[in-house]
Design a protein around this ligand. Structure first.
Ligand code: ASP
Length: 316
């Protein structure tokens, strides 16, 4: 018997200002619509999360694809991962600079390579050899981000010692009002009962060149296993990867807990154990969903055959 399909997406967890709420809701809803069409036609969860993430990579609102944050050298450097819960096959790219849609390269790795993870030029070469066009790094840079980096670096002499303030609730400094943390992700359940997850990011503002965050690391920013759950995280990556948070959450679900509870617990654990801030979306192969964040806001949207909703605060 076919399973009822489900799709959940997120567009980053942070102290999103009021004037950016509409763009985020629009963005996650657009991604939801495209991914949902795939599922409705009987497509796979893997295809649905890829297509949903591509929509958000193409949307400059988010920190993924064009419009990503710039690193310390003023370049876009992106990471992405996609994972199939049916087979545990995964594809990841790290520190890519010339791909408009890093998740497409990740998918090619999953589907067409014996390897799981490629970085930098090697990842771009693999993508080009498998039919994906390469762009210039400048094609991914938008004026908003050039200005954001300029302001941030100018203010940095008085800098705070770690990156946690970028995601924290106590943010009041004027420079941080404009800083967004808009990694994107999706988790899906298809009619065959398979789940999948994908996450894509430009990383954190002013990061050191070569810095890799949690987003593209298996079990940290993304994970999928039919026997536990599909999860995608967002937030300051260093604490998240120390806890292998997506897998930690999936393990709680494998142990019999509902995704809703596990997502909330993951956020408590992140805060209590390493003072981390972020958000997570989770889905199990029975169609139960979890959406949680410990930042003031996180853009999210979900759809089931019964219900559809979106928002920037999840408090249930
Ligand atoms: N987790 C991402 C990173 O640290 C950033 C984000 O979620 O916005 O690279």
């Amino acid at each position: 018997m076919p399973t009822d399909h489900v799709l959940v997406v997120h567009g980053g967890a942070w102290a999103m200002p009021d004037d950016m709420v509409d763009a985020h809701i629009r963005g996650v809803n657009n991604a939801l619509a495209v991914g949902w069409r795939v599922l409705e036609r009987g497509g796979s969860a893997l295809d649905a999360v890829e297509e949903a993430v591509v929509v958000m990579e193409d949307d400059e609102t988010f920190d993924a694809g064009r419009g990503s944050f710039l690193n310390r050298d003023g370049k876009v450097q992106m990471d992405a991962l996609i994972m199939d819960g049916a087979t545990l096959r995964a594809g990841g790219v790290g520190c890519v600079e010339r791909l408009r849609n890093p998740v497409r390269a990740a998918r090619k790795i999953l589907s067409e390579s014996p390897h799981v993870y490629f970085v930098a030029e090697g990842a771009e070469k693999f993508a080009a050899e498998h039919g994906l066009p390469l762009c210039k790094n400048e094609d991914l840079i938008i004026p908003r981000e050039v200005e954001r980096l300029r302001v941030y670096q100018a203010a940095q002499s008085a800098a705070k010692p770690d990156g946690n303030h970028l995601f924290a609730a106590e943010e009041t400094a004027s420079d941080d009002d404009t800083i967004s943390h808009d990694t994107v992700g999706a988790v899906a359940l298809d009619r065959d009962g398979n789940i999948a997850a994908a996450t894509s990011t430009g990383g954190t503002l002013n990061k050191a060149p070569g810095r890799l965050g949690d987003s593209s690391l298996i079990g940290c920013g993304c994970y999928a296993d039919n026997l536990s759950a599909a999860a995608s995280t967002t937030g300051w990556g260093e604490p998240i990867m120390k806890l292998v948070l997506a897998k930690w959450t999936a393990d709680r679900i494998a142990a019999g807990n509902l995704p809703e509870w596990a997502a909330k617990e993951a956020m408590n654990y992140l805060k209590q154990r390493v003072n981390g801030h972020g958000g997570i979306i989770v889905l199990d192969s029975a169609g139960h969903i979890g959406i949680a964040h410990n930042t003031p806001r996180m853009a999210w949207a979900y759809r089931t055959t019964q219900k559809q909703d979106a928002g920037v605060v999840r408090d249930t």
